[in-house]
Write a protein that binds this ligand. Structure first.
Ligand SMILES: C[S@@+](CC[C@H](N)C(=O)[O-])C[C@H]1O[C@@H](n2cnc3c(N)ncnc32)[C@H](O)[C@@H]1O
Length: 202
């Protein structure tokens, strides 16, 4: 069965969870993985579906044992295990990631997400980001695409989690056209104590 047909079947069964009627294009896969290198590992991929982004991550030099896929749909998870030997696959809900043990506790450098943020409640989006950043290195990046016209994470959620967003780019070679965003932790503010002479002391 082709990936498009598998995807369509899964979409018919649960359109909200899938969030898209077809797998992403190779152009969107190239855009969302464009900042990933063998140095930005380990990498976690959320909602890989049929593995379009997984293929691009491996092509960018991510070693299979430095990549972990998190997919809630059991049929996709089984297919990914078969298709990408050596790559770890967790068949679970990405909102529970905060409680999972990843890469033996080694900080994750990047998360690439294919989750349908536009059809997810704000609470679930917050759970995913909070759980992922709990595993992430200080300079780690979280990549997310959206079909929407603006950032898929509400400003209040970014503020609450101490994150900043940046637009990585947009591709029209996808149905529908999509924009990729990167989320990182805001730099820590330095705290100053004031000395007796009124001068700030770091
Ligand atoms: C829009 S599809 C993207 C699939 C693939 N990344 C692509 O771009 O073609 C969303 C994927 O996220 C998965 N998914 C949705 N909610 C999830 C959740 N809470 N935890 C893990 N996977 C989830 C779906 O099963 C589906 O495979």
């Amino acid at each position: 069965m082709s990936d498009a047909v598998q995807f369509l079947r899964a979409w018919i069964a649960d359109p909200i969870r899938l969030g898209s009627i077809t797998p992403s294009s190779s152009a969107l896969a190239a855009l969302i993985t464009s900042e990933i290198t063998p140095q930005t590992t380990p990498v976690v991929e959320l909602g890989p579906g049929t593995g379009v982004f997984t293929k691009a991550l491996l092509a960018r030099g991510v070693p299979p044992d430095r990549l972990l896929l998190v997919e809630r749909e059991a049929k996709f998870a089984a297919m990914l295990r078969e298709r990408f030997p050596g790559v770890g696959v967790l068949a679970m809900d990405a909102t529970d990631l905060g409680r999972a043990e990843l890469f033996g506790g080694e900080p994750v450098k990047a998360v690439v997400s294919g989750l349908p943020f536009l059809s997810m409640p704000t609470r679930a989006i917050m759970g995913v980001l909070d759980g992922c950043f709990a595993h992430m290195s200080r300079d780690g990046s979280f990549y997310q695409f959206t079909y929407g016209a603006r950032c898929p994470v509400p400003r209040a959620v970014l503020e609450r989690l101490g994150l900043k967003s940046a637009r990585v780019g947009r591709t029209f070679s996808n149905f529908p056209p999509a924009t990729v965003y990167r989320f990182r932790r805001r730099p820590m503010r330095r705290l100053y104590a004031v000395q007796g002479d009124g001068q700030p002391r770091p």
